[in-house]
Design a protein around this ligand. Structure first.
Ligand code: GLU
Ligand code: MG
Length: 449
């Protein structure tokens, strides 16, 4: 169904918020931050005092659609459907996701869906796109389980805040109170953290959370980042979530793990396809792998993404897949033989400049498009793909944008309005940074996200 023709309905009309407000007040919450993620990959916010939460849930909070064509530096472009100072949208919080923020005492957070003033779904809403694609999978009897890994670099006075070795316990000792506060805040917010560790680059850390439904995974990507930001700032540290922190070095990825389920069974295990995946999962993953060049503008959308996407840095810039291969754009993970639920695929080429809602929606669209094709995956690759003659993913934003623009698959899935606005922002960012040196580009973007 065309999203713009849906019955007008905000999600929480008729639901009483009183008990929730009372509970939040008892916990000392006085304000609720309502976020959505724009086409530049930035979380934008309107906040309401707690007393206004009920009204926000019922009628939404106003915000201009112009933010759909904002760039990472807050300048703006225009697209065929969006631009100019006119119009307003309603931000409607998803109360099921409302979370008191452990690292921002007095505050709670909720992601929003965006509606037109007359109550229709706004076709440019990225979160609704993710939901539509999830529903599309459900119509095929399929469920996706997804989870993002978050990498970031922390600095103090411009220098890496931890100087110990990659994956070194030294770093955990150097920033023991910080990492401890991170875990405390994640737990208080109900985030099911799998791991926290120091990553390769100086001052770099990573946290991964357990898989959830696709929209939930994207929501959690937002919550994790804002929690890391709040805890970092409270410790006098500056977090950098940009894809490239220092050109010529390892960057920040935001890898997406996914598995495909049917009737409570993980289709990534127990089948007769490669490494035990079922044929259905194989077709789905073959579709994602085939579409990666056109998906790249969504998952690695900044010019700075291409400073990161270099060979032999585990950013996986080759369109290939392999079992536990960290240089392959798609890494397949079987998990332990007695734990079929753990089998999954990891898309490693994606980074933190991406809008996580657009990422999950686009990946589902690409996988579903291949589901009936019986497409098989190509041969898996082992070892570093760099000298194996394998296809490189697009090397620049203009190149990936051209493929995105030619993608009938993504245009159909996103709908013209979202597709055009996203493409316009990508084009404008390519132009904005065209004359920047790698150092200038990294500096202009690393602390924006
Ligand atoms: N930092 C690497 C990246 O740019 C990823 C390292 C890892 O495999 O976790 O994606
Ligand atoms: Mg990592």
């Amino acid at each position: 169904m065309d999203s713009s023709s849906e019955t007008p309905q905000a999600p929480h009309v008729g639901r009483s918020t009183e008990p929730l407000v009372t509970r939040l007040a008892a916990r000392g919450v006085h304000g609720v931050a309502l976020t959505w993620v724009d086409n530049a990959g930035l979380a934008r916010v309107k906040a309401v005092p707690l007393a206004r939460l009920g009204q926000a849930a019922e009628r939404g909070v106003g915000m201009s659609p112009v933010f759909d064509i904002y760039l990472v530096d807050d300048s703006l472009t225009s697209s065929r459907y969006t631009g100019g100072p006119d119009g307003d949208l309603r931000l409607v919080p998803d109360l099921d996701r409302l979370t008191p923020l452990a690292a921002q005492p007095g505050w709670a957070w909720a992601p929003v869906d965006r509606f037109e003033q007359d109550g229709r779904r706004y076709p440019g809403c990225q979160r609704h796109f993710a939901r539509r694609m999830t529903d599309r999978a459900a119509e095929r009897g399929l469920e996706l389980r997804m989870g993002f890994e978050t990498e970031w670099v922390v600095t103090r006075d411009g220098a890496p805040a931890a100087t110990g070795p990659a994956y070194g316990m030294t770093r955990m000792v150097e920033l023991s109170a910080y990492t401890g506060d991170l875990l405390t805040a994640f737990a208080a917010q109900g985030l099911d953290v799998l791991q926290l560790h120091p990553e390769y680059a100086p001052g770099q850390f990573e946290v991964s959370v357990a898989p959830s439904d696709p929209v939930g995974a994207a929501d959690e990507a937002v919550l994790v980042r804002e929690t890391v930001r709040a805890v970092s700032l409270a410790h006098g540290l500056t977090p950098a979530f940009g894809p490239a922190v220092a050109p010529g070095s390892v960057g920040n990825g935001r890898h997406l793990h996914l598995s495909l389920w049917e009737d409570g069974r993980n289709l990534c295990a127990g089948g007769d396809g490669p490494f035990g995946m079922t044929r259905r999962a194989e077709s789905f993953l073959a579709g994602v792998l085939a579409a990666l060049p056109e998906l790249l503008a969504v998952g690695a959308p900044s010019p700075a993404s291409h400073l990161r996407l270099q060979p032999s840095r585990w950013s996986a810039p080759f369109r290939c897949w392999g079992l536990e291969n960290r240089e392959a754009a798609l890494r397949f993970i079987t998990g332990a033989p007695d734990d079929p639920a753990a089998a999954n695929a990891e898309l490693k080429c994606f980074d933190p400049a991406a809008n996580p809602y657009l990422v999950v929606g686009s990946v589902i669209a690409a996988g579903l498009a291949a589901l009936d094709s019986d497409d098989a995956l190509p041969d898996p690759v082992s070892g570093d793909p760099v000298d194996q003659g394998l296809p490189r993913l697009p090397r620049s934003l203009p190149d990936s944008l051209e493929l995105f623009r030619g993608s009938a698959l993504l245009r159909e899935a996103m709908g013209d309005e979202l597709f055009e606005a996203f493409a316009a922002v990508r084009a404008a960012e390519a132009e904005l940074f065209a004359d920047h040196s790698p150092e200038e580009l990294a500096a202009a973007t690393r602390e924006r996200y």
